[in-house]
Design a protein around this ligand. Sequence first.
Ligand code: ADP
Ligand code: ZN
Length: 759
Amino acid sequence: MTERQPSLFGEPEGAPWEVDDRHERLVATVVFPEWEGEFDYEVPDRLRGQIESGRRIRVPLGKSNRPVVGYCVGLDVKPPPSAFRRKEVLAALDEGTLLAPAMLRLTRWLADYYVCTWGQAIESAVPAGVRLAKGTRETVLLAVRGGAMSEPGEVRLSPVQRTVLRVLCESNESMTAAQLAAAAGCSLGPIQQLRKKGLIEATTRRVLTRPAEPRVVEGQDPFTLNHEQRGALEAIVGAVHRGASTTFLMHGVTGSGKTEVYIRAIDEVLQFGRQAIVLVPEISLTPQAEHRFRSRFPRVAVLHSHMSDAERHAHWLAIARGSIQVVVGARSAVFAPLPRLGLIVIDEEHDASFKQDSTPRYHARRVALERCRLERAALVLGSATPSLESYHAAMEGRYVRMPLDHRVHRRPLPRVDIVDLRIEHDRRTPQGCISRPLYQAMSQALRADGQVILLLNRRGFSTSIQCPACGHVVKCAHCDIGLTHHRADETAVCHYCDYRILAPPRCPKCGFDGIRYRGLGTQRLEAEVRSRFRDAPCLRMDSDTMRKPGAHEKALEQFRSGDVRILLGTQMIAKGLDFPDVTLVGVINADTALHFPNFRASERTFQLVTQVAGRTGRGARAGRVLVQTYSPDHPAIVTAAQHDYVRFANLELPARARFHYPPHGEMVRVVLRGEDASITDAFARDLTGELRSRVDSETRIVGPAPTPIAKLHGRYRFHLLLIAANHEPIRAAVRDAARSVRVPDGVQWIADVDPLDML
Ligand code: ADP
Ligand code: ZN
């Protein structure tokens, strides 16, 4: 812990140190979200016992001694400093510590790894609802004053008063006056008298107005695990027994029964008196998924993003007290403060929603790895399409790969046929989304009472608006992005900043009145399905139709009940759905993600096609998949059609190796944005120079260059990529550069460690 007060607070202040300097002092080390570094404050005697590591405290800052809130990260006895006088802590906040020692260490690692301040890391681990004490009320709690009962002779007590004292003494927890009166069967009067006599003392504390109630759902009969599932379970249980922080990659095809293995493993962890976290992509946090865990474990907490701060606070406290066995949640649940963590499961570990897109830009998988290492817990990563990072780690022996190559009951994986749109094009109905083979397959599936899922990864009606006369493309006023036509309200919408204009009837540039709307969006697909399959009720799921809370649920319920026969939508429908009557899946255009300027474009395409294909053939009836594409020979599409992950990985990994792209190297992306293009560009070059001078020649630097979306929300954007075998020196360089560069007004920059997004 360094004593860096002078560097932040300016020159040593005023009066010399006058206290007897032979005495050592109790010193709290404090961090802030806003500033880097650790700062020492003296703990005055009146606060001794209240200040502890992980607790929020109020301290004076700067020449004006403005009170600010920071986090105590350490408590130590230190000699007084020689050159300046340490300031004193002003107050301790909250009821107690917010972070156990293991969580403090985790947040410190997080700050170092993702290049943010320790305070920022802490704030991402402790939800705002907890910090703001949401859903609590100041309450007066009563307790017997220490030693009160040992001297009863000195005060005269009525029998009722004696009863009250005895009840309060025998209670393990402090009570409100009303609770005590009820327990002792008396009015508030005797309690008041005891307080006046000083035998009962009152303290004011914040307590929850509505504590989290554990919900119990009736359990269902567990199945007998099949051979592959048993093998995976035994391996995990072995690690739990040994208390080893082993990472497992459960590579199981869609419908192979991975969730069942998670549940059995958690069961085992609980037998050991430990607890578990299950992370799922936000979109998969459905009541069905929740029910699956609740039906098997009595004390489950589910953390949703649409929870109120008060609810979140109540759950967090229940978790921290150790009264919850299993936490199910999205990304941020990786920080759930379970006191005896034994296992973290990350389902669909390849999913991009596990990466946070604001500071700190952490990936829940990377955080889980570190947390499991610190707390000697096992980590299980599950996916049918593991990220190449995880697969590569398994191939190198850092993770234990556990393949589940068969679906339960040996149900076959669906047959996948590729529809070559280049050939189908001229035969299609004008501008349609559905090719003849797909149309026939849909008719057949519906006739046989099956259900159909259609995937199109584009919202809106038409995805580009272009003038055939002058070539002008109608773009967003703030972003370098073409507008998408939404027919429901005849608007043209920017999918990045939501800028909206009325859809132009003529070219805004040359006035030509034959402006064209091209490209396929989900709205157009819906219109086509409705007109060509009049008897089959259909439902569209995308972020336009699913705005209202609960809309997602309602839609899935309509599909489950069979009222809806055709479900169409964006990648929202590709994940996790388990409907036995789906006999056909159609991918309208497999190429939407293929030509993205991102080295992971092939991987994303492979994942998307494989995942959506996995939605069919899950019941007794066989399923079928049709993939429409203009790139029928692309390896990502060919291997996905053959359900051949290993072949895909064997083709893709060497291609990445050539450029040291992850997983063969580690990457940090620096993104800059500013209102003035040339100032931002010039600073991007300066910063690149600063970084180049701080890394060795083994580090590859790509850029700076305008980002693929060169303008967003009215700001010009540039980026550069730094790639090395290990990005630790790059992170150090970024940190160092951040301290020394002068950033021009109106320009901002961030570093994204292990970036996923490249736009
Ligand atoms: P995954 O998570 O791999 O997609 P699930 O765990 O959801 O697979 O399992 C798919 C379906 O098979 C579920 O309905 C589940 O209840 C069922 N299931 C899982 N394991 C078994 C088993 N051993 N025997 C019978 N049914 C099983
Ligand atoms: Zn925009």
